[in-house]
Design a protein around this ligand. Structure first.
Ligand SMILES: N[C@@H](CCC(=O)N[C@@H](CS)C(=O)NCC(=O)O)C(=O)O
Length: 241
């Protein structure tokens, strides 16, 4: 059985789970507690980040490397295009989503959490001790607002512009690259979860997200596209994707 070492709310872990769902592969998740729990990840892989996939004696770190590994063991549906131009485009979009998009969205989430104690509490791991939860959601805000003041608005403008462009695109085209689902769609959709948490994030987070994004009418087609994609991964036969 494949084992996915993960943080429940990590977008990179969600990206790998979406691929496992698309390929209808069975797996079990091993929830890692940030900090101490990562010692185990380090022992297994020589690095501390999740997602980490363990398939018997094979241990693979990094979501993109994991997806390549999964693509090699289960071909259907093919998520890394073989046609050279589509393959290049899919990899470039995946890389953009994993780096620039991921970083800009994390900044927005920190901003949103700084002003919303209930979001801060909901983001804690499900098995986080109840007695500490209140403490964290009531932390003085100076620390987090200090962080957000250090960031200028440039990020928000670029992020919003890029997201609006994708929102316009997905109104008329179902897939970002070519005519079928690819790693490009999955990489972008996974990062979007922090702006507007989908049902799969659990009842504590569902509906929460970042003001200015989750409630922005111009981005509605984008979150709709992301929700449709999640539905499709859950419901469909892999050959129909
Ligand atoms: N490029 C990596 C990024 C993975 C990553 O940044 N993981 C974060 C969780 S979202 C992590 O494990 N952070 C813990 C740490 O840096 O100690 C991938 O695609 O898997």
């Amino acid at each position: 059985m494949l084992e996915l070492y993960q943080f429940q709310h990590s977008t990179f872990c969600l990206k790998v789970r979406m691929v496992l769902q698309a390929k209808k592969m069975s797996y079990r998740t091993i929830e890692i507690f940030p900090g101490l729990g990562q010692v185990n990840v380090f022992k297994l892989s020589g690095q501390r980040k999740v997602p980490l996939l363990k398939d018997e004696e094979n241990v693979i770190a990094d979501s993109s490397a994991i997806i390549e590994y999964l693509e090699n063991i289960t071909k259907e549906p093919q998520l890394i295009p073989s046609e050279p131009q589509e393959s290049t485009n899919a990899h470039i979009i995946e890389d953009w989503a994993d780096t620039t998009l991921a970083k800009d969205i994390r900044i927005e989430l920190v901003r949103a959490a700084a002003i919303d104690p209930s979001l801060r509490e909901a983001l804690l791991p499900e098995d986080f001790p109840e007695s500490f939860k209140g403490l964290i959601s009531n932390l003085p805000l100076e620390f987090m607002t200090g962080l957000t003041q250090a960031m200028n608005n440039e990020t928000s403008n670029t992020l919003l512009n890029n997201l609006e462009k994708i929102a316009t695109l997905v109104k008329t085209k179902q897939w970002l690259v070519g005519n079928s689902l690819s790693i490009a769609d999955i990489a972008v959709a996974a990062q979007l979860s922090l702006l507007c948490f989908p049902a799969s994030s659990g009842e504590n987070l569902f509906g929460k997200g970042c003001p200015g994004y989750k409630d922005n009418p111009r981005l509605e087609p984008l979150f709709q596209w992301r929700n449709n994609l999640e539905q499709l991964l859950l419901a469909k036969d892999p050959t129909e994707i």
